[in-house]
Design a protein around this ligand. Structure first.
Ligand code: NI
Length: 206
């Protein structure tokens, strides 16, 4: 009898944990109706969330400062040899295609290497691509938090024989809506036209 009670309470605990986990997972989950293009995202997944960081001018900024505009967000680091420069070039091309409508889009580069990417380093770097690009850095903890919210992977690696480290990082481009909610996810290498079309569709509907 005792065994049955123990077993029942164990099953109940597991069920409660599962239900709690499911509800937590569903919190702010993506509404498929609002997705504008790019890769599909598993149902129930959440992407994005609040952040508190510092821009390339040393000003403290939060996600709320961008409400009312779309955010086009890329995570990377200024010492990146290949992926980051090509992706930021794509972002610059998208802005150009948007013309005056680019006013309603905040292009944002968030570093995953805050130790080296100070506001001053970011200011020089983002200016190479487009003067409208916002560079964001923060403490290790702030960067870890925003990376977690966007499910960004990053890890320091030192190639054999190299004197300095690189940072392996996932390289998706995120389109977030004027309400801060997720709108689209683009793989590295997505043509600028496809990203432009998704943003234009969102601007038309907003
Ligand atoms: Ni990179």
């Amino acid at each position: 009898m005792l065994k049955i009670i123990r077993y029942t309470s164990l099953v109940l605990s597991v069920l409660l944990l599962a239900a709690g986990g499911y509800l937590w997972w569903q919190r702010g989950s993506i509404d498929p109706q609002s997705v504008l293009g790019g890769m599909s995202v598993p149902p129930g997944m959440t992407l994005g969330g609040p952040f508190e960081l510092m821009d390339q001018n040393g000003r403290s900024v939060t996600d709320r400062d961008f409400r009312g505009r779309f955010m086009l967000i890329f995570f990377g680091f200024t010492h990146c040899p290949d992926v980051c420069p090509t992706e930021l070039q794509v972002v610059a091309e998208v802005l150009q295609q948007l013309g005056p409508r680019a006013d309603r889009v905040a292009p944002i580069f968030i570093t995953v290497d805050p130790a080296r990417d100070t506001p001053a380093v970011l200011a020089d770097y983002v200016a190479l691509f487009d003067s409208r690009l916002v560079g964001l850095t923060g403490t290790e903890a702030q960067i870890a938090a925003v990376a977690r919210a966007y499910r960004v992977f990053y890890a320091k690696v030192t190639p054999p024989g190299a004197s300095t480290y690189l940072v392996d990082h996932s390289s998706f481009l995120y389109l977030m809506g004027p309400d801060g909610g997720f709108r689209a996810l683009f793989r590295h290498g997505t043509p600028p036209e496809e990203i432009f079309r998704a943003i234009a569709a969102g601007l038309g509907a907003a």
